[in-house]
Design a protein around this ligand. Structure first.
Ligand code: OAD
Length: 245
């Protein structure tokens, strides 16, 4: 991309390029080999949300919760971004792309996306259960977190995940990005979980909204343009459509 030398890239990105917000869910990472939650055989067929993804579950059986996320973390270290992730990163050559993801994996970052907002937390981070909730990186060489693993101030560490019933601290930031978008692209989410699913209501009137999902997704506003394909093929098709414009 060539831009006038007196403009910084950041100025160019923020003020001149069209802004695309891409809102992703578990389907984005399905082709990398990570299970979705609500498709048949998905994670919520195998585990009870109450047991592993709520503050009550944590209080009742923290070992089970830690092991659930240890498994997810170990799996994440074995998989790689798919062509869909890579295609979104490539879009940055021509657009100001902000990824807002419900996914706790780091596959968007590993594919090269520069601006990724995690609404539901991050698997490769943990935080203190003490006040202040300090956040720490998990080293990929030691991915397991155990009961008894504590922060420097002596508090147990917990997964840095937004559980059901907890606040979504990044929601306002995400809503602000969506309300300033020239285009919203939704990929691989069943739009069942709020407040995330409500983000679509923040687009400015008349903003094009695209959906990439191989299955029927309800709960969408009228006028959504559908690419009924998986993430890799769907992102490739979207890129072709955008380049023609
Ligand atoms: P879901 O499992 O609810 O939905 C996955 C979506 O991905 C569905 O619409 C599928 O049709 C679609 N899908 C499946 N394969 C795909 C593919 N190859 N390409 C594109 N799409 C595909 O997952 P989410 O909507 O992300 O939260 O779930 C939202 C939240 O619920 C998650 O962040 C998680 C979960 O409980 C927490 O754990 C807090």
């Amino acid at each position: 991309m060539i831009f006038p030398v007196h403009l910084s890239y950041e100025f160019y990105r923020r003020n001149i390029m069209k802004k695309i917000v891409v809102f992703t869910g578990a389907g984005m990472s399905a082709e990398s080999g990570i299970s979705t939650f609500r498709d048949s055989g998905g994670l919520w067929d195998q585990y009870r949300i109450e047991d592993v993804a709520t503050p009550e579950g944590w209080r009742k059986n923290p070992e089970l919760v830690l092991e659930f996320y240890n498994q997810r973390r170990r799996q994440l270290l074995e998989v790689t971004p798919n062509e869909g992730h890579a295609g979104l990163a490539e879009l940055e050559a021509n657009f100001d792309v902000e990824i807002v993801t419900q996914n706790v994996d780091n596959l968007h970052e590993r594919a090269g996306s520069s601006h990724v907002l995690h609404l539901h937390g991050e698997l490769m981070k943990v935080r203190s259960t003490g006040s202040g909730a300090e956040v720490f990186d998990v080293e990929s060489s030691h991915p397991d977190v155990k009961l008894g693993d504590k922060c420097p101030k002596g508090y147990q560490l917990r997964p840095h995940i937004v559980w059901f019933g907890e606040a979504v601290p990044e929601f306002e930031h995400a809503a602000n990005l969506v309300s300033n978008a020239d285009m919203l692209v939704i990929i691989g989410t069943s739009m069942q979980v709020y407040p995330a699913a409500g983000l679509v209501n923040y687009v400015k009137h008349g903003t094009p909204v695209w959906l990439i999902d191989p299955n029927v997704v309800s709960n969408l506003p009228a006028g959504v343009r559908l690419i009924a394909k998986g993430a890799s093929e769907g992102v490739a098709e979207l890129k072709t459509l955008l380049m023609k414009r």
